[in-house]
Write a protein that binds this ligand. Structure first.
Ligand SMILES: [Ca+2]
Ligand SMILES: [Ca+2]
Ligand SMILES: [Ca+2]
Length: 250
């Protein structure tokens, strides 16, 4: 388990719950049962623990087709080409075929490499948006245009105006709950939003960017929020100290 995921889990324990069960080390997620939507070509890699999307085309999603709220998700993403400069990322709270669903309601985490005028101005950088309806090859997906169903909620703290780099592998960690979504890149918190988020699946997202590899995906169920037992207040200072020590050595 990566340090960031451990910190998220310890943070959750302090905030709301004590788990009496030892957590098993997460296993890489088997992607062979995931579903592809839209105009992509998602090619499972040997072992079914990685997938590469190969087409420069309209929005496409590859998702786990189950409710994923209350989980912490992690893995690596790499663009394996120097060609093009477009969108890579994730969806949260997605339901099958939402790309073409006029009633769709989910979160889009997208990251563009370079600025580009096409359907409006597509800006480089990492952001999170609310999708409310069909997501197509238009100013919604390209420029986060609310009139085409995409409303940008926040841009990343450090990477909000910074594109991804060709052939560089990024670690990501995502916390997905009904009221909080956080995104860490290489262990650094980049996005944190609160709200009332709809349930649905976790998935990968590409728009107009070929040769995007997703690998090492892990999913851990977060401790559910329950009233904090008195013992938690005894443990919390020790845990905080522990996390503080870990953060200093990053
Ligand atoms: Ca490029
Ligand atoms: Ca482009
Ligand atoms: Ca393109």
């Amino acid at each position: 388990m990566k340090k960031t995921l451990q910190n998220i889990l310890f943070g959750s324990i302090i905030l709301g719950a004590i788990s009496t069960t030892a957590m098993a080390a997460p296993q890489p997620v088997d992607l062979s049962s995931w579903k592809a939507n839209g105009n992509g070509n998602w090619v499972l890699q040997s072992g079914n623990n990685a997938v590469k999307q190969t087409l420069n085309n309209n929005p496409t999603v590859f998702h786990n087709n189950k409710n994923s709220q209350g989980t912490a998700l992690s893995g690596q993403i790499t663009v394996e080409t120097t060609s093009d400069d477009d969108y890579i990322g994730f969806v949260l709270g997605y339901n099958n075929n939402d790309l073409t669903n006029s009633s769709a309601d989910y979160l889009l985490i997208d990251w563009k490499q370079g600025n580009q005028n096409y359907n409006g101005t597509g800006k480089k950088g990492l952001a999170i948006s609310q999708v409310s309806g069909v997501l197509g090859d238009n100013s919604g997906a390209w420029a986060h245009d609310p009139s085409n169903n995409v409303t940008e909620l926040a841009r990343a703290t450090n990477l909000g105006d910074t594109g991804w780099v060709d052939y560089e592998t990024y670690d990501f960690d995502i916390t997905f709950t009904s009221s909080l979504v956080e995104v860490f890149v290489n262990g650094i918190k980049e996005l944190s939003i609160t709200g009332a988020f709809s349930n649905g699946s976790f998935g990968f997202y590409n728009y107009s960017q070929p040769n995007v590899l997703y690998a090492g995906i892990e999913e851990v169920t977060l401790p559910s929020a329950v009233p904090v037992p008195a013992a938690a207040f005894m443990f919390a200072p020790a845990l905080l100290g522990f996390i503080g020590l870990r953060r200093k050595v990053k």
